[in-house]
Design a protein. Structure first.
Length: 721
């Protein structure tokens, strides 16, 4: 037994490890080993457990693994291994536990009976998630051989086609197929108890049709989010505890919830077309998470939710609820996050007495950490009781009809980071002291007077502080503040005009071309991109275990960028710029934002004659081909440190904002896809959602696509047009 797990060891594995013929267990997980896996390991004929997970091994698994006849456990997850799964799987014999997740394996699982029989007879656990698998599943004849299989996780790949008959797997407990390119109808058999499933994840695919009746008594977790499912909510859920049906096209009266059982712990029905009003449900006493945002629900909010003993997070935002906010939401001892924004709620904020002596058990500090009541029609003032809510980190009351004087008790919110009271009717002085923990403060469009509290000005000046506080306060009715703003804008205008003059009139005339024309878009390369078949995906929303984009730079290829002063008749005298990008988010700023030193120049970035890579869609609202994007007229909008921004017009007239990322900013396709899908899942009325991303055959071809929004950037308004 050789176990050295979790010791941060580094280096390569020595081939002589293969001479230790008595080894039965090798566990080197959680280290920093790199390089290929030594071929001599396949000489360890007595080995029955091999765990090399969470390292940096690369290359393929050595041939000869079929020699390991005693091997029961093979865990290689979280490395940089690669190879064709269609070649590796037939080599595995007698393995019971197989985890190859988070690697770069590719190929199809469409294997014959002969190729899977040696593995299928014994395997109980298969995890191939977060790889680059494509194609379909093994056929029905091969499927029935996996009679001992309990867990099958193939999530985060590119598997296509309809689902096979998983009813042939009598012991299957967990089936995770999220974030693939599957389509067709939902599997009625496994939802009706044909197999003893405990968890089913079919999220982020292209399934359509309605949800079959759910009769399974074993099913606990059901995730069908981010598909194209329509029809009604299921009439019952049996024993389900976690249900995510968000981001579909389900249109039904929400009152069906009163027929569901009380076992639910997590329920997400957000971003559908649900209608009606929510009954005053009392059976969900185990509920901890409830989101029904972005639907068409109306009526008054039921007070029963405030009395649920375990409910932490409530999101009813972006609906049509009206009437007052129930007091029970604020007297709850468990709710930490409450979002009721974007409705038609009226009346006062029910803070006064919400934690009064009527309660038998008084919490020392109310549990609320995030409260968003913005975009309603609330009236009255901000109660002084707000000072008792010492755990608040976010308070958003913007765009209501609130009035009165801001209470000095706001200073007691010592961990508050976000405070937005803008677009109301508050009057009187700004409190002398506000929480020093603030990172965002908005008081715009009120009738306030006075000046910024001294403690905030001191924090804002201290650039080296850990919290990196940035405070933007606009006090609309203060004469002195207006004068300062006027002087600042005039100064900025003067600077911009001076700079524009010094560049001989450089232009705000953006160039128009097509993504396929080398005269405007060519990569600095002597070879054409290899032909690659297009691959489409309904990858919109949910991914788990998201990892951030790699910030490492690759210097072997650079984009040649031409910055030219405008010349009559389209002539140019280009000069090259070798400025490298800085690591960070791939999503640029507003479409017309350009750094000050580059605002008066036209920018051309070379790109390929045609886009020949993979185009993935984050939702089903728009589809087009990479060829159509290639020929779209493209207007240069601007440039940031992450790349160049274009406006592209598709054949149907739809306009897109296309961010062409700089070379080296994105290195790993899997991490890039995860980050884009994570950002693309954000839905907010003030955020332009991502629509798709493109991964080309060469590192120069990385694109992020969003809807084009008319209107210039804040910078352009400040600097002049």
């Amino acid at each position: 037994n050789l176990t050295l797990a979790g010791n941060s060891l580094t280096g390569r594995l020595v081939p002589t490890l293969g001479v230790m013929s008595s080894l039965q267990v090798i566990d080197l997980s959680g280290n920093q080993f790199y390089g290929p896996i030594p071929a001599r390991l396949t000489d360890l004929w007595a080995l029955h457990s091999l765990n090399l997970s969470t390292n940096n091994f690369s290359g393929g698994f050595p041939t000869g693994i079929r020699n390991l006849q005693q091997l029961k456990v093979l865990d290689l997850h979280s490395n940089q291994l690669q190879g064709d799964a269609k070649e590796l799987i037939p080599e595995l014999r007698n393995v019971e536990y197989l985890d190859l997740s988070r690697n770069n394996f590719f190929g199809s699982l469409d294997l014959s009976v002969e190729n899977v029989s040696s593995l299928a007879n014994t395997v109980q656990y298969i995890n191939l998630s977060e790889n680059n698998l494509g194609g379909g599943f093994w056929g029905s004849d091969a499927m029935r051989l996996f009679r001992n299989l309990r867990v099958l996780d193939l999530g985060d790949n590119g598997i296509t086609g309809e689902l096979p008959e998983f009813e042939q797997l009598p012991n299957l407990n967990v089936l995770r197929l999220g974030s693939n390119q599957l389509f067709g109808s939902l599997p009625a058999g496994i939802l009706q108890g044909a197999v003893p499933l405990v968890e089913l994840d079919l999220s982020v695919n292209g399934f359509s049709g309605s949800i079959p009746k759910i009769n399974s008594t074993t099913l606990v977790t059901l995730n069908l989010s981010s598909n194209s499912i329509s029809g009604s909510l299921p009439p019952s859920l049996e024993n389900c505890q976690t249900v995510d049906l968000s981001r579909n096209h389900i249109s039904d009266d929400i009152s069906v919830l009163q027929n569901w059982n009380g076992n639910l712990v997590i329920l997400d029905l957000s971003s559908n077309g649900l209608t009606g009003s929510i009954p005053n449900l009392t059976q969900f006493q185990r509920l901890t998470f409830l989101s029904i945002r972005n639907n068409s629900l109306e009526g008054q909010l039921p007070s029963a939710f405030g009395s649920y003993p375990k409910l932490n997070m409530v999101d009813f935002s972006s609906n049509k609820f009206d009437g007052p906010i129930p007091y029970s939401f604020f007297s709850s001892m468990t709710i930490t996050n409450l979002n009721l924004s974007g409705n038609h709620l009226s009346g006062p904020i029910p803070l006064d007495g919400s934690h009064s002596s009527e309660l038998l058990v008084l919490p020392s500090i109310p549990p609320m950490e995030s409260l968003d009541l913005s975009n309603n029609i609330l009236t009255g003032g901000l109660p002084s009781d707000i000072g008792n809510w010492g755990r608040l980190k976010l308070l958003n009351l913007a765009r209501n009809n609130l009035s009165g004087i801001l209470p000095s008790e706001l200073s007691k919110l010592t961990v508050l980071e976000f405070l937005d009271l803008s677009h109301n009717n508050f009057n009187g002085p700004i409190p002398d002291k506000l929480p020093s923990s603030l990172k965002f403060l908005a008081l715009a469009y009120n009738n306030l007077s006075g000046k910024i509290p001294e403690n905030l000005k001191n924090q804002a000046r201290h650039k080296g502080s850990k919290s990196n506080i940035r405070i933007a306060i606009i006090v609309a009715s203060v004469g002195a503040a207006l004068m300062i703003a006027f002087v600042l804008i005039a100064y900025r205008r003067a600077r911009f005009q001076d700079f524009r003059g010094s560049t001989a009139g450089g232009g705000d005339h953006a160039k128009v071309g097509r993504f396929s024309r080398p005269s405007l878009f060519n990569f600095h390369s002597t070879t054409e991109p290899p032909p690659t078949s297009l691959s489409f995906s309904n990858d919109h929303l949910l991914t788990s275990n998201s990892r951030s984009l790699s910030g490492q730079m690759e210097s072997n290829t650079e984009i040649i960028e031409h910055i030219a002063a405008p010349v009559s008749h389209g002539q140019q005298d280009p000069t090259t710029s070798g400025r490298k990008s800085s690591p960070g988010s791939p999503i640029g700023s507003s479409p017309r934002f350009i750094d000050t030193v580059e605002q008066a120049v036209a920018l051309d970035v070379y790109s390929p004659d045609r886009l020949a890579g993979e185009l993935f869609f984050l939702d089903a609202s728009i589809t087009f081909t990479a060829e159509e994007l290639s020929r779209a007229p493209a207007e240069v909008l601007g440039r940031s440190s992450h790349g160049t921004l274009y406006k592209a017009t598709l054949d149907n007239g739809h306009m897109l904002t296309v961010k062409w990322l700089r070379v080296g900013l994105v290195k790993n396709k899997k991490d890039f896809a995860k980050e884009v899908k994570k950002i693309g899942s954000f839905r907010h009325q003030n955020i332009v959602s991502l629509r798709a991303y493109y991964w080309g055959p060469r590192e120069q071809e990385r694109l992020v696509l969003a809807d084009y929004v008319l209107g210039d950037s804040l910078a352009l308004h400040l600097y002049g047009k």
